[in-house]
Design a protein around this ligand. Structure first.
Ligand SMILES: C=C(O[C@H]1C=CC=C(C(=O)O)[C@@H]1O)C(=O)O
Length: 401
């Protein structure tokens, strides 16, 4: 006799609620994301520990989600959630859930019960983690030191960062927040990741580190920031020499990486003005045909050469890294690291983890950095990091705007 399971139509929010209930009740790791300009929310759930040793070889990895800290510890390692379970959800059509779907538990929790479960799960995953807000004085002092070192010839560019602590709305609904981020930032990589190994993060990244799809490889240089003002900011924005130079340095860094591996055939488009939330940046795109250039492993090679780019670290890279570890009073962990789906639906999209919040206990910790060049003004750089924090922070406030 044929058995058919009945199908229930539910909202996208209810689907994400069921997923959260499933993952937090079972104590699983998960990554939920929506790629830029896409209508698909994708989900990976993995029940295993996720820390792997060595450098990631993207082509050899199974389908999954990679997450790499800004800096390696004593030896190279990365987090990898294998796609033991993979689901996708089209935001343009209603969801139909079969009765025997893994997310369908015997008892569906009420919103209040779910929020309690999620809060407890997040608290547990951040146990032992200590994160402290950066004071304005500290940040300004760092920027000033950066400018001094640039003037002294030790550095060309450096990207100091800060942490801003913000109380979470006690009724914060993370399914709703994720969907609101998708709606508000169509050009961003919307992400929500959770594991006892790295905690809980939610964000809207504007920056691709590397992307491979079929034989096409691409990367971008993104830098320079100003507030989007007026009716048509993409057309009317004017850039100063400081910002043009700041972005050109990132492009030069990418071109130098191509040179290191003797890759001469690439297409460079831009720079053009792009919108990320209510901020504008300058962006150039670099595209390579991996087949005609005979670089089938270009994704892994460039990951190693590019990270951390001068959009999040500085130039020269080692001197900027040394500056950051000597002057920044916190570990960046996943902030300004890279993360994204690998070999999922035959594509790999790795983003820089920017415009992000680490959720811990009753607070969100917002991370933001600013590119410093010789023409920087410390107070302005502080304001820039405030605007960057607000892109994600305003979704977690008491009012949950
Ligand atoms: C370091 C960040 O942004 C980078 C990406 C775009 C523009 C940037 C800037 O104008 O400084 C940064 O290089 C951040 O958002 O925390």
């Amino acid at each position: 006799m044929e058995t058919t399971s009945s199908i229930k139509a539910i909202t996208h929010e209810s689907y994400l609620d069921l997923m959260l209930q499933y993952a937090f009740q079972e104590g699983f790791n998960f990554a939920v994301w929506r790629k830029p300009k896409s209508n698909q929310v994708e989900i990976i759930i993995d029940s295993e520990p996720v820390l792997r040793q060595g450098m990631p070889q993207l082509k050899e990895l199974p389908a999954g989600f990679i997450a790499h800290n800004f800096e390696d510890g004593t030896s190279p390692s990365y987090f990898f959630l294998e796609a033991k379970e993979y689901y996708s959800l089209d935001l343009g059509t209603p969801v139909e859930l079969e009765e025997n779907h893994p997310f369908v538990e015997n008892t569906t929790l009420s919103k209040t019960e779910l929020q309690k479960l999620v809060r407890e799960g997040i608290k547990k995953a951040s146990k032992g983690l200590q994160v402290q807000e950066t004071s304005k004085e500290d940040f300004i002092d760092q920027v000033q030191k950066g400018i001094d070192q640039i003037n002294g010839g030790k550095l060309i560019k450096v990207v100091p960062a800060k942490i801003k602590k913000q109380e979470l709305n006690e009724n914060l609904d993370l399914s709703q927040t994720f969907l609101k981020l998708c709606e508000s930032y169509p050009n961003a990589f919307i992400n929500f990741v959770h594991s006892p190994a790295f905690g809980t993060w939610m964000g809207a990244s504007p920056e691709v580190l590397i992307k491979t799809e079929g034989n096409t490889f691409s990367t971008m240089s993104l830098a320079g920031t100003q507030k989007a003002i007026g009716d048509n900011p993409l057309k009317t924005a004017a850039w100063t020499q400081k910002e043009i130079e700041e972005q050109a340095l990132v492009s030069r860094y990418i071109v130098n990486s191509f040179k290191k591996i003797r890759l001469r055939e690439y297409e460079e488009k831009g720079p053009k003005t792009v919108l990320a939330g209510n901020l504008l940046h300058l962006r150039s795109d670099f595209i390579v045909d991996m087949e005609t250039t005979n670089f089938p492993q270009l994704g892994s090679t460039m990951l190693e050469l590019l990270h951390p780019t001068s959009a999040v670290c500085g130039m020269p890279r080692q001197a900027a890294l040394d500056f950051i570890s000597a002057n920044e009073r916190f570990e960046r962990t996943l902030f300004a690291g890279y993360f994204g789906p690998v070999n999922v639906q035959d594509a790999t999209s790795v983003f820089v983890n920017l415009r992000t919040a680490q959720l811990m206990g009753d607070h969100a910790y917002l991370y933001a950095g600013a590119g410093i060049t010789e023409d920087s003004i410390a107070e302005k750089e502080w304001e820039e990091t405030e605007m960057k924090c607000d892109i994600i922070g305003r979704f977690f406030t008491k009012e949950n705007k």
